[in-house]
Design a protein around this ligand. Structure first.
Ligand code: GLN
Length: 488
């Protein structure tokens, strides 16, 4: 297997045994990017100088005999909505086309301290608004499994990069499924941690009560390794929670005997493609074979989840995006007066979907409509959370599809925002409840990867990792996308 196709664990082992240097490993990934990224287009910016300097520094520390983190010297990609000191951060928006942050996001700072190698900034839907990566203000990313299909969104560049061998792992952000959906569509593992588990400081805000950063990796062990590095309290994020961070890798050896698995009926409606359903059914049988018990359950308020999410997220976005006014940073299109400058900057700088969200959100928050829309949506959010609370009295984990479909074709849903929003029907509940959700590959339909979503109560990421790892050991759908024949 080529080094660019290794897991973090495999990289770490090879680096520790001096079978390869970090500079060589980084060059292998950069060469892979040069070979395939004109087809995949996972990156908005590739940073070879940054990466090779970081790799050389890690090699020097290793030669000096320092004990290093498992992430040290391993090349990775960062979604372009996380601030990277001195490296352009655009959120895939023209309004931030030239923004160079003067600071690191906390997750970036932590990875830097662990010796991570930053290969580049991954493409995404503009301001993380989307499910296909087609709302990028620059260009869409293609699914490495089938180049005429979307990689999922909004962290589509992150998912595609890992699946195509263009990064060993990546960070994404998930407001309503944006780590889990690209993980599912690209056949990778993706985790949205509990709200408050990972600091949002330096993550450009979309919907602050829903946003979480999470890893996209090639297997479950790698997911645990990244969580070990990024999780934990941060006084610069007032919603980050001060509870101890376990060693997530300790959970990986456990089995699932006696595990109570609930399967919520609402997630298996007519919209779920037969191939997806069959893969999830197969996965449930594997879990049963490992000693879990599986029973149907109900989360009755699921049917309101898309409606409430698409009020709450745009409402928060409309407030968060007010700061892009052409005055402090980013694009500035000068007009006749300050008001004209605001209007021209925002007219030119934002894409159509972002404008749609700002209008929806402003409307939902405006006097006279606040009670009818925003307040109702908040009440519905509470009901959705209570559904989960009740289900977790009887079940240790819940299993659903990540998406009703496999990766769809580029352009298939771009003219129909509602159809696009419905791709999120299985994922938006999880952010509204604040609980952790993990996507793990569980099969293929029409040659495209299918993801199983595992859900657990707040701060039980370890349960998700244990179950996902047990499943992965018993099934093993891990593989990189077959881009030509180089992808094995
Ligand atoms: N597709 C959803 C949206 O457009 C979720 C995006 C996300 O999780 N960032 O809002």
């Amino acid at each position: 297997m080529k080094p660019y196709a290794w897991t973090i664990q495999q990289c770490h082992n090879a680096l520790s045994r001096r079978e390869i240097s970090s500079v060589e490993l980084t060059r292998a990934v950069l060469d892979r990017i040069a070979a395939v990224d004109d087809k995949v287009r996972a990156y908005l910016l590739v940073t070879p100088e940054v990466a090779l300097a970081q790799a050389a520094a890690v090699d020097a520390r290793r030669s000096a005999g320092e004990a290093l983190s498992p992430l040290a010297g391993v090349p990775m990609a960062i979604k372009d909505n996380m601030c990277t000191f001195g490296t352009r951060t655009t959120c895939a928006s023209r309004i931030l086309h030239d923004f160079i942050p003067p600071y690191d996001a906390t997750v970036v700072e932590r990875l830097r301290a662990a010796g991570a190698v930053f290969v580049g900034k991954a493409n995404m839907d503009e301001f993380a608004m989307g499910s296909s990566c087609e709302n990028s203000g620059f260009f869409p990313t293609h699914n490495p499994w089938a180049l005429d299909r979307v990689p999922g969104g909004s962290s589509g560049g992150s998912g595609a990069a890992v699946a195509a061998g263009e990064a060993i792992y990546a960070l994404g952000s998930d407001t309503g499924g944006s780590v889990r959906l690209p993980a599912s569509f690209c056949g990778m593992v993706g985790l949205k941690p509990t709200y408050g588990r990972v600091s949002r400081y330096g993550l450009v805000a979309y919907a602050s009560s829903l946003d979480q950063i999470g890893p996209l990796t090639r297997d479950v062990t790698d997911c645990a390794l990244v969580m070990n590095a990024i999780a934990g309290h941060d006084r610069r994020d007032s919603t980050s929670v001060d509870t101890p961070v376990p060693d997530y890798t300790a959970a990986l050896g456990g089995d699932v005997r006696g595990l109570r698995v609930g399967v919520p009926a609402e997630y298996f409606g007519d919209a779920v493609e037969p191939g997806v359903r069959a893969s999830i059914d197969g996965a449930l049988r594997v879990l049963e074979g490992l000693g879990a018990t599986v029973a149907e359950t109900s989360l009755p308020h699921t049917r309101y989840a898309i409606a409430s999410y698409y009020i709450i997220a745009p409402a928060e976005a409309s407030a968060n995006l007010a700061r892009y006014d052409g005055m402090k940073y980013g694009l500035s299109v000068r007009g006749a007066d300050i008001w004209d400058t605001y209007c021209r900057t925002r007219e030119e700088g934002f894409g159509a979907e972002v404008k749609r969200r700002i209008m929806l959100g402003t409307y939902a928050l405006s006097a006279g409509y606040y009670d009818a829309y925003y307040l109702q949506a908040q009440k519905t959010r509470t009901l959705i959370k209570q559904d989960f609370d009740r289900a977790f009295e009887k079940y240790d984990v819940l299993v659903t599809p990540v998406s009703p479909t496999v990766a769809f074709r580029l352009g298939e849903k771009t003219d129909d925002p509602l159809a696009m929003y419905l791709s999120d029907v299985c994922t938006v509940t999880v952010n509204q409840a604040g609980i952790p959700g993990l996507s793990v590959p569980c099969g293929f339909a029409d040659g495209l990867p299918v993801g199983m979503q595992l859900l657990a109560p707040a701060f039980e990421e370890e349960t998700l990792l244990r179950v996902a790892r047990a499943f992965e050991r018993a099934s093993d759908f891990r593989r990189l996308a077959p881009l030509g024949d180089e992808g094995s």
